[in-house]
Write a protein of this length. Structure first.
Length: 155
């Protein structure tokens, strides 16, 4: 069975006809992410209520695709702000070339970004809060940045 045909069947089998995770009492959601453009550079705060990790399982990736997770070293608030100003935030981040079958665990409090041309299953806690550090210049107001909140978590 082709994967795109499996999703509706899996949704109904796992979550029932409503397809609602909360109604089934599951503590996580499973998302199918296909990135035409890079997703925002983001962080999820660690809380007592929400488990402290999400997982990306790579289903497909173009050869030029990249995933960024975590800093390459300890970075200061000033370095992050300078990199944001210069539009080079990923230069401070670990870069991975995704390959089908790879899985990445992203602990809460870890900066991360899913690049263009990647298809992943994302397993994340229900109620996961997303704070955006950078959104590649997309500033139509529909996806606001929370730079100060991110800096509080990341530094």
């Amino acid at each position: 069975m082709k994967t795109h045909l499996l999703i509706p069947k899996l949704k109904q089998t796992v979550w029932g006809k409503e397809g609602c995770v909360e109604s089934a009492g599951w503590p996580f959601v499973i998302k199918w992410l296909v990135t035409e453009y890079p997703l925002s550079v983001q962080v999820h705060p660690k809380t007592e209520v929400i488990p402290d990790a999400e997982i990306w399982c790579v289903v497909d990736a173009r050869p030029e695709s990249r995933i960024h997770i975590g800093w390459t070293r300890n970075v200061s608030r000033e370095e992050i702000l300078q990199a944001l100003h210069e539009k080079k935030i990923t230069s401070l981040m670990n870069e991975y070339k995704p390959v089908r079958g790879d899985c990445y665990m992203i602990p809460a409090g870890t900066v991360h970004a899913l690049g263009a041309g990647v298809t992943v299953w994302e397993v994340a806690p229900v109620g996961n809060v997303t704070l955006r550090l950078d959104d590649w210049g997309r500033c139509d107001g529909s996806r606001p940045l929370q730079i100060e909140e991110c800096l509080e978590i990341l530094t």
